[in-house]
Design a protein around this ligand. Structure first.
Ligand code: V47
Length: 617
């Protein structure tokens, strides 16, 4: 890269080595005038995290009331009961705003002085009953804290009852800026950073992932912006429960906070997106919230670090009451067009960011784990579009004909064999794997009749676990799917994790489980064979020339990667909490080419699969 601002070079070196940026680095990034280099660095990290994918959801915003006990200076939405503009929605009115096409409803509103607790619970229950496929993202930490105080319920009880009523995730609002100086001047009666984090961390521990925000472009300083990001990064290190970070550009409206009522500049908006992508190295997504950024700035942000466009967002009022000039909602076709024009894959998602629909051709699926990085280095050079996607989700997308080629979980390849052609590359273990791990409080034979939590991501490992339990140890357990990343493991007797999450937990342990079993080692000790977790395959219907090209790109990429496992290990060590020698040893521990022993292992696995009843879990 060519830098106009030479101060950025040491930061770029750190980014390439996978090192964490400091507070001083963050400040330097904000101070730079070399906005193009800043954008390129953020885009580099964005591509590592999300490939070419940009996520959006078909969603509707519901703000059930604007009557609020608070009076934050920056808010033009809230009002008091009895005022002309005050409104309150009934549950029937809320239901009338929803349609079966929507995947996510986002509910936040004023802190109403008189509404009963039961009203909120019934709202969620009725939404679930009338729209079972709709996921609910509701209530900021400010509202949760308000419910706890008003209804005299502990915070965890508030969250538990909302979760039981249908709450899936929580929005990130109410964070504003984690600065006591700003809080005292702009929202002195609202919760501060301490309570905001308490609520979010608790939600994560209870299996509710959440979002996070910053409200910028008013009286905050760039030092306060960076401190805000660092606090979020530290919390994410502890819980892993944040899905996305959303910089909210201040809409001045009639707030009078900015004398000249200025909107933030496009340069400041893009800096905010890029700096957050670089500072928040442990956040999976950064959102370009077009409602506050405008469609135009959001479009550019998709090459400046943002991989999340929120969604169609019908019914938004907070920003529009404060003078936002963006449209009141975007049609799905318009979002798809914006994302395609940015050269990206429009990924229609659910509330957990699982892809539902790719509005794009020629997508190559990438398993987003360290053991797969070696295969993908050269695809970009040939204009292929890459989407990181969990093994199980890749199978679902391939079945829907949405993936042209990828590293498929072995059972998915077997299931979709009619449409897929195998290439001679794989992820196979020699003896141990270190990243397909059963964490348990019971020995194998003692797992009979017990409940095992399995992540949503696994396709092959869960079948291997079943085979080991039933055919090797003669016991039967029941399996329950859990959302990966954020979980309350206390409900389970054992938990199966895969990928980088398993690799990390193998080193650091997993909350309360005393025993750890490596599934590949269990298999090896039993069969004296490697285990093949995934194989490369292309759609049979692709032109022969394209299949050849894909095979050649994988081959060349692998050859190059094998020469530089050292560098790859270094790049990925820090974010996994490992040291470079551990990641190097991990990468060297796989066999990436299908040979005689791998073929024998696949045959043996297939035979055993037919013996155990592997009904879908
Ligand atoms: O917390 C209030 C902000 C937030 C103004 O989680 C204002 O996916 C700009 O949090 N100008 C609520 N912002 C909105 C929010 C949100 C939005 C979209 C997606 C998600 C998510 C969350 O709006 C408030 C406050 O920070 N806000 N007034 C204003 N004048």
């Amino acid at each position: 890269m060519h830098f106009r601002d030479k101060n950025l070079i040491p930061i770029w070196d750190k980014i390439q080595d996978g090192k964490r940026l400091s507070e001083a680095d963050g400040l330097r990034l904000f101070q730079t005038q070399d906005i193009i280099s800043l954008g390129k660095m953020a885009h580099f990290v964005q591509k590592q995290k999300s490939g070419d994918g940009i996520y959006f959801v078909l969603n509707q915003k519901i703000e059930p009331t604007n009557i609020c006990v608070l009076a934050c200076k920056f808010c033009d939405f809230a009002t008091k009961a009895g005022k002309l503009d005050a409104y309150e929605m009934t549950i029937q009115e809320i239901l009338r705003k929803l349609t079966p096409e929507i995947h996510e409803v986002h509910i936040t509103g004023g802190l109403h002085p008189d509404w009963k607790w039961e009203y909120y619970l019934e709202m969620l229950r009725q939404i679930k009953a009338n729209f079972p496929n709709l996921d609910i993202k509701a209530f900021t930490a400010v509202e949760i804290d308000f419910f706890s105080k008003k209804f005299k319920l502990p915070l965890d009880e508030v969250l538990r009852q909302l979760k039981d009523a249908g709450l899936r995730t929580m929005p990130g609002g109410g964070a504003e800026v984690f600065s006591e100086r700003v809080r005292k001047r702009l929202y002195s009666s609202k919760i501060g950073a301490k309570t905001w984090f308490e609520v979010h961390k608790l939600a994560h521990r209870m299996g509710i992932p959440t979002n996070s925000t910053i409200l910028y472009g008013h009286i905050e300083t760039i030092e306060e912006r960076i401190t805000h990001m660092i606090k979020l990064r530290e919390a994410q290190d502890q819980t892993g429960g944040f899905l996305t970070f959303i910089p909210l550009a201040f809409q001045p409206g009639d707030t009078g906070i900015k004398p000249s009522n200025q909107f933030t500049s496009a340069i400041d908006d893009l800096k905010m997106i890029a700096v957050s992508r670089l500072m928040l190295d442990n956040f999976p997504h950064i959102k370009a919230y077009w409602v506050m950024l405008t469609e135009e700035v959001a479009s550019i942000a998709l090459n400046f670090g943002a991989d999340d466009m929120d969604g169609t967002v019908g019914g938004e009022r907070i920003a529009h009451d404060a003078g936002a000039i963006s449209p009141s909602k975007l049609a799905k076709d318009q979002i798809v067009k914006i994302i395609k024009d940015a050269g990206k894959i429009p990924v229609e998602r659910d509330v957990y960011y699982d892809p539902l629909n790719l509005h794009c051709q020629s997508v190559i699926g990438k398993i987003p784990y360290l053991n797969s990085v070696s295969f993908y280095q050269y695809f970009e050079k040939r204009q292929y579009k890459i989407l990181p996607v969990s093994p199980r989700r890749m199978g679902i997308l391939a079945e829907a004909q949405q993936i042209d080629a990828g590293l498929f979980s072995l059972v998915d390849y077997m299931r979709l064999k009619r449409d897929l052609e195998m290439l001679p590359f794989c992820i196979a273990t020699r003896d141990q794997v270190k990243s397909v791990m059963l964490f348990s409080n019971h020995g194998w034979r003692d797992l009979d009749g017990r409940t095992i939590g399995i992540t949503d991501d696994t396709a092959t490992s869960v079948k291997l676990l079943k085979i080991l339990l039933e055919s090797k140890y003669g016991v039967k357990a029941s399996f329950r799917r859990m959302h990966s990343g954020v979980n309350d493991y206390s409900d389970y007797d054992a938990v199966l994790l895969i990928g980088d999450e398993a690799l990390k937990s193998n080193k650091f342990g997993l909350g309360g489980f005393e025993l750890v079993f490596d599934l590949a080692r269990e298999w090896y000790e039993w069969k004296k064979l490697p285990f093949v977790f995934a194989v490369w395959a292309v759609k049979k219907s692709l032109p022969a020339q394209q299949k050849k090209e894909i095979a050649a790109l994988i081959h060349d990429s692998l050859e190059t990667a094998e020469q530089r496992f050292d560098d790859l290990g270094k790049l990925h060590a820090q974010c996994l909490g490992l040291v470079p020698s551990e990641t190097l040893e991990y990468l060297e521990g796989f066999n990436y080419r299908i040979g005689e022993r791998e073929r024998a292992a696949m045959e043996e696995f297939q035979l055993l699969l037919t013996k155990v009843k592997t009904e879908s879990v």
